[in-house]
Design a binder for this molecule. Structure first.
Ligand SMILES: NC(=O)c1ccc[n+]([C@@H]2O[C@H](COP(=O)([O-])OP(=O)(O)OC[C@H]3O[C@@H](n4cnc5c(N)ncnc54)[C@H](O)[C@@H]3O)[C@@H](O)[C@H]2O)c1
Length: 403
């Protein structure tokens, strides 16, 4: 029987852990003591799960290597951020493999789920061989299964997402074990015997999205300059059968602003300088400046008040609607910038952990400006309420609500 260990219990690891522990004896391992402390109390600070989701009696969370000694199936879900110079930071992945090297036994299986660039899984599997004197694809097996989970998305939840599994070995018993365990996570498993293809596929999914949003952002900027109605333009263009619809906006989070650099890093190692892959990054990253410009223009047009008296409320702070994640959130940067320049700036985001921003008070109507940065039902309801009497006070830079 497999005894599973999920390494890294964040947005990706915890849902996997909770699903798989319903069927298998599973241990959740994380180096963050606070995270472990909260999970032991069945508390998820990411607000993706409530206490009732931690149903299994034997749920076990730990930061001690001794506790995972008896595990024989490891799923790695640790972060893959960027260094300051925008090169991939593989330290958490390296440390996870270090951890596994201390407990690795014959016939163990390791599945890396973190987003990486092509070649990373093989590199760490070689390091594991050196550290343990065991042979990959003979004594132990390292696979790659990119995660496509979309936090906050109740429609495309874990079990409904097609799951790629890269396994290069020929041992059918291992493949059967992978199939058996992963079929508890996803209905549709897609096997490939080339791990680097799976690694590349994951990267390009996110890069494609980043580029498409960047194009929409640029169209929005151009329409703005030319004084043309952006939404009408999109509506007209979308009448063509092969036009692809996206929304402009503030790209943030752990994936889109990061993954393009992973692929171009791998390409640069082979002396290929990317021409398109990073093309969306500059414009997507600069959209906060566009928003700040729109805010200033609106204030100059509609308010005679002294800067220090102007009351602005920013609606939406987390990097996307429906999640509490603020990693690389341009919305948060905009809020901080406004707060510095207009000290009466406040914010509302029901999904944020910070209680200060979780509700709007009765004085909502006293705000001079309402800056809508998130697209979603809760903000739309608020927009409808405010728009009735105060349409001139609304700033909707991406035309999410003002059509
Ligand atoms: N968040 C998403 O929407 C999403 C979607 C698909 C793929 N991914 C990818 O999945 C991976 C994980 O992302 P995430 O959003 O879950 O990150 P996260 O930061 O939410 O969670 C990572 C967890 O790993 C822990 N950790 C860090 N180093 C560790 C180590 N050496 N050993 C054990 N635990 C360690 C951290 O404490 C944290 O709890 C990344 O590669 C990311 O690109 C994320």
């Amino acid at each position: 029987m497999q005894k599973i260990c999920v390494i890294g219990l964040g947005y990706v690891g915890l849902p996997i852990y909770l699903k798989i522990s319903k069927k298998y004896e599973t241990i959740g391992f994380d180096t963050n003591k606070k995270r472990i402390y909260n999970l032991q109390k069945h508390k998820d600070e990411n607000n993706e799960f409530s206490k009732k989701n931690f149903i299994k009696k034997q749920v076990k969370f730990t930061n001690k290597i001794d506790d995972i000694k008896r595990c024989n199936f490891f799923i790695i879900c640790v972060p893959t951020p960027l260094k300051k110079n925008k090169n991939p930071d593989l330290n958490p992945v390296k440390k996870s493999f270090d951890t596994i090297s201390k407990v690795l036994k014959k016939n163990d299986i390791i599945v890396l789920e973190s987003t990486v660039y092509p070649g990373v899984t093989e590199r760490f599997s070689k390091i594991l061989e050196k550290k343990t004197n065991l042979e990959s694809n003979k004594d132990f097996y390292v696979c790659y299964s990119p995660e496509r989970i979309n936090p906050g998305d109740k429609k495309n939840e874990l079990t409904k997402i097609n799951k790629i599994i890269g396994y290069e070995g020929t041992n059918s018993e291992i493949k059967n074990k992978l199939r058996k365990i992963y079929s508890n996570l996803c209905k549709n498993l897609i096997f490939t015997n080339k791990i680097n293809e799976a690694e590349t596929a994951k990267g390009i999914e996110n890069i494609q999205r980043d580029l498409n949003i960047a194009f929409y952002n640029e169209v929005l900027l151009i329409c703005n300059k030319l004084n043309i109605n952006f939404n009408e333009v999109i509506k007209l263009a979308a009448t063509k059968w092969n036009f692809i619809k996206f929304s402009p906006g503030l790209v943030g989070g752990h994936c889109l602003p990061v993954d393009p650099y992973y692929l171009t890093y791998a390409a640069s190692k082979k002396k290929y300088k990317s021409k398109v892959t990073l093309a969306g990054r500059t414009i997507n990253d600069s959209m906060k400046k566009y928003v700040m410009g729109i805010v200033k223009k609106k204030i100059n047009k509609f308010s005679k008040k002294n800067k220090s008296k102007i009351k602005i409320i920013v609606l939406g702070l987390t990097y996307k609607y429906g999640v509490s994640d603020t990693r690389n959130s341009q919305k948060l940067e905009i809020f901080n910038y406004l707060k510095k320049n207009y000290k009466n700036t406040t914010a509302y985001d029901p999904y944020l952990n910070n209680i200060k921003f979780k509700s709007v008070n009765n004085n909502l109507h006293k705000n001079d400006f309402f800056l809508f940065l998130s697209k979603g039902k809760k903000f739309k309801n608020l927009f409808n309420k405010i728009a009735k009497n105060s349409i001139n006070k609304i700033i909707d830079p991406f035309f999410y609500y003002i059509k």
